[in-house]
Design a protein around this ligand. Structure first.
Ligand code: SF4
Length: 470
């Protein structure tokens, strides 16, 4: 398989990027013009690689057609999904292609500025993206739109597109109400309802009357944008011919957990999950079997019986789950799934921003009940509590975080009831506990390093002091 995203070795110059096949997409976009460019991307079948899988051409068309005098493009490179390391691998090895994709998006949207957003802790990636922007600008391959690197906080929500706009504006990562195409960067219109405008005919008046000031903003994941230049350079049909019926092309896939080694690799969509675990993660250590695979914390768990599922949107959906950002956390037959459910729920509760009561308080109650069950103090009423809270945790919420809680926790309860029963009925659970939540800091030489501070993070986003010697 020929890679068009992730070279084996990091590209060190624009010349190396050109030799890899880059730098043809922007020229093609100039020839085609905005409408044809969007048409080509739509025909290619490209879907967002950040987790949602939304059709990229449709998103671009929505922002392009949205009324608004000023438009922006935002590159979402604030990767934070547990078990996922694909955008950082891409930024380390091929930052130029993200820059070219962003330049194409800016040209197509008529954007005045591009913001490239990364977490401040991504030091290597910030350096590589900064160099790539400068080198591509000098080479005349970054278009005419200015590009700024924005560094932000460690919070999971920084990667949520509405929260990302808040961070660019200098605020905390609290998701705003309206989506970026309706209420973009530096928009001045009120987000809800009506606002008195006095005699000024141009003053913002409310959600649907305020388009000139709404600054429609395109937010795309870094890998999605990096896929755009080869799509334009080789044509929609070339891209459409790879992958599956509803998931065209290649994806950068991460495999971590109880596998022989951690890994990140570009694969063609449609490869089986078992093959991806074998090729990227080296398979299971001798004597161990796959018990569970989670694609981040955002989708339902799948069991070892589903290793023939395709790594594609429809394939993972047929297995009762979702592709997410193609980051797979593998648990072997020794893992305690009560412990996994507790770790996932705690992560989502802690990372919830608290703007919506049902989300913050509901995930707190679920986490507390799971903790009681895990440590042997649980009762049937805790299971009922979890069930009740899972029904309401998504009520009136601004973002998808509690939907993730609802899906992933319910799926673990449904799939491994006997493990919950063991804990509830006082039988000794000899399965492996204290599993680390795989919030990846680095993957090198087959070893994934996880954020060891995450376990000390508290619900108000402060950190408890680590025990001495930790
Ligand atoms: Fe914050 Fe949860 Fe509301 Fe999202 S749903 S904005 S994480 S409180």
């Amino acid at each position: 398989m020929v890679s068009f995203l992730l070279p084996d070795e990091p590209l060190r110059s624009v010349d190396e990027y050109v030799a890899f096949g880059g730098a043809q997409g922007l020229a093609r976009a100039r020839e085609l013009g905005p409408e044809q460019t969007i048409q080509e991307i739509s025909l290619s079948g490209l879907r967002g690689r950040g987790g949602g899988g939304f059709p990229t051409g449709r998103k671009w068309q929505t922002v392009r057609r949205a009324r608004g005098t000023t438009k922006y493009v935002v590159v979402n490179a604030a990767e934070g999904e547990p078990g996922t390391f694909k955008d950082r691998a891409l930024m380390r090895r091929n930052p130029y292609q993200i820059v070219e994709g962003a330049a194409i998006a800016a040209l197509t949207m008529g954007a005045v500025r591009v913001y490239i957003c990364l977490k401040a802790t991504f030091e290597q990636e910030i350096a590589r993206m900064t160099e790539a922007v400068e080198e591509m600008q000098v080479a005349g391959l970054a278009g005419n739109t200015t590009m700024a690197i924005v560094t932000g906080p460690e919070e999971y929500l920084f990667g949520e597109e509405k929260a990302m706009l808040e961070v660019i504006e200098g605020n905390a990562p609290l998701p705003r109400l309206l989506p970026p195409f309706e209420h973009g960067l530096f928009a001045v219109a009120p987000q809800m309802g009506w606002q008195a405008a006095g005699a000024d005919p141009d003053a913002p008046r409310g959600r649907f009357q305020a388009q000139p000031q709404s600054n429609p903003t395109l937010v795309n994941n870094a890998e999605t944008l990096a896929t755009v230049p080869p799509v334009l350079a080789h044509g929609a049909e070339w891209h459409r011919a790879m992958g599956t019926a509803h998931s065209a092309g290649h994806v950068i896939c991460t495999v971590v957990g109880d596998v022989s080694h951690a890994g990140v690799a570009e694969i063609e969509l449609g490869m089986s999950l078992g093959e991806a675990i074998a090729q990227i993660g080296g398979g299971m250590p001798p004597g161990r079997e796959v018990k569970a695979v989670c694609s981040g914390v955002a989708n339902a768990v799948v069991t070892g019986a589903h290793l023939d599922a395709e790594v594609s949107h429809e394939g993972m959906q047929a297995a009762g789950s979702g592709l997410g950002s193609a980051g797979f956390i593998v648990y072997d037959d020794t893992a305690c799934m009560v412990d996994v459910a507790h770790a996932f729920s705690r992560f989502l509760w802690v990372e919830s921003c608290g703007q919506c009561e049902a989300c913050k308080l509901g995930s707190e109650d679920i986490t507390a009940a799971l903790e009681r069950i895990e440590f042997g103090g649980g009762a049937d009423i805790d299971v009922q509590e979890i069930g009740a809270r899972l029904l309401t945790v998504t009520d009136g919420t601004r973002c998808a975080l509690p939907v993730e809680e609802q899906i992933v926790i319910a799926s673990i309860l449904r799939t491994y009831p006997e493990e919950f029963a063991d804990h509830l009925e006082g039988r000794l659970c000899e399965r492996r506990h204290d599993l680390d939540l795989p919030k990846i800091v680095d993957i090198a030489d087959g070893v994934a390093r996880y954020d060891e501070h995450q376990r000390f993070k508290q619900a108000d986003w402060t950190y408890a002091a680590a025990p001495s010697g930790y």
